[in-house]
Ligand binder design. Sequence first.
Ligand code: URA
Length: 225
Amino acid sequence: ILAEAPARVEQMVRLTEGFQHSTSNFIPASADSIDALRAAAMSCQACPLHEPASQTVFGIGNPNAKMVLVGEQPGDQEDIQGLPFVGPAGQLLDRALEAAGLNRNKLYMTNTVKHFKFQQRGKMRLHAKPGAREITACKPWLEQELLLIKPTALICLGATAAQAIIGRDFSITRQRGQFIESPLCAQTIATYHPSAILRATNQERSQEMFDHLVSDLRKASSVLV
Ligand code: URA
């Protein structure tokens, strides 16, 4: 499917409810590096999320990374700073990476959806889950990122990334921590999203989930050469 990705980029995004453009309009054939792809993504208007969001938050990290981590979408802080995983979830992820002996500088981190989707509540911008059409509209960017990086291991953080990459029926509860061959990487593994750990109802559960996240990161790194 990686070989078919350029053709899939040509797929038309729905022409209704703000999905007025094909994502392919925004990915130039010349975008043959992560930097070029990032630059092109800055003007993406393939789905309505670009309007209220401050900016596109593209992936960041080592373009030669052997391991890629994919989250759901940027949060409030990421939207402001224009960088993935810099808010509270990113800080928890940094602690997990360190506990797993992984260096953030050697990795590449990105999101399934590259604009922050939120509901305004007074001055607060509350996270809203991206919908299937937003995920589909944004997917060519993720496909191109992975096509260029060609990681050995791909880690899906949470159900949104796992379902977008592995399949709609994927269940974190049942399949977390198992290697699965996905269309985007032969060694794909899904684990808890750091935000889910932050939302855990008690300290014991939070610690248990954190420990699973660390062991899943370690497991993923075990296949790196
Ligand atoms: N949550 C995500 O999934 N991605 C980010 O970049 C930040 C929070």
